[in-house]
Design a binder for this molecule. Sequence first.
Ligand code: DAH
Length: 352
Amino acid sequence: MTDVEKLLSSCLFEVDNATNTKRLDDIKVAVLGKNGKLTEMLKSLRHMPEEERKTAGAEINAAKSDILKRIEAKAITLEILEMEKKLASEFLDVSMPARVRPSGSIHPLTKVAEEVADILSQYGFVFAEGPEIESEYYNFTALNIPDHHPARTMHDTFYLNYPADSNEGRKLLRTHTSPVQIRAMLANNKPPFRYFSIGRVYRSDYDATHTPMFNQIEGLMVGEGVSFAHLKYLMTDFLKKFFGVPKLTLRLRPSFFPFTEPSTEIDINYEVKNGRIAFGTGDKWLEVAGGGVVHPNVLRSGNVDPSKYQGFAFGFGLERLASLKYGISDLRGYFESDDRWRDAFGFNYVTK
Ligand code: DAH
């Protein structure tokens, strides 16, 4: 037997007896690797005379290909065996409960704010904002709210422990989004313009229907000949779109706000059908908004000439709109960050 034949037979024997793929790799490296036995033999060919080199080279290469073939075949057998062993030893209990992965969802207030912004921008209303820490001037005075008005009392308003400014008065947490009307007008005092705002407001109140912080939607449209009729049209169309109903009746109740004259409280018709509230049908009324024709003093505060321009304004409670549309009863749930509440009322962009 030549050295090559000896190596070949012992190598094939080892391959046949290998019991795992790791062992197979080791054999391959020991024989065919960089310093493997057969590789060494190939290297030593260069010291041989030409004729011998030819036959020895052919023999070595034939052995090499025999070994590789045998290793490949054995590898397949061993892989199958190892897989079967693994499958037999690892038991997958498909009836086990899945691990819960907490997932986020869209808060109903975010959802409704986006819906409202989407609809109002269809009428050309542009988003405007103002600070949550406001001054007495913007929150009250500029909006024609007189010094003696009860809304100004410490009882309702959170005043900040901060020195009063000689022009703007004390600092406070804004009690409504209406000061954005003034800021928007001052930032662009050439009508016509249409603004809306959505944001947090603060009042000293806490029970099932009042939280010290809540959200309002504010709207303002100013131009030549803008009237109460435009407000009525916009509110009807907006609310139809918002509640997704083909018809809706508005009831405009005379009311009073210092910043509008005349002022109105806006109700929509509804009835309870199969335990659910249905809007646009029935003869019951629900208040949803306040509004009116912008008071001349408010236009003046915004640097707008009331003898040339008129406007309307309106205000909604965001939580109230969300509660009516999505059947959420207790206001406090909105702000308690309870996962169970969020699971019940939150929105998933993909599925809802
Ligand atoms: N600011 C009012 C409030 O907080 C809501 C409101 C009523 C806003 C009438 C308006 C409006 O713009 O015209 O109760």
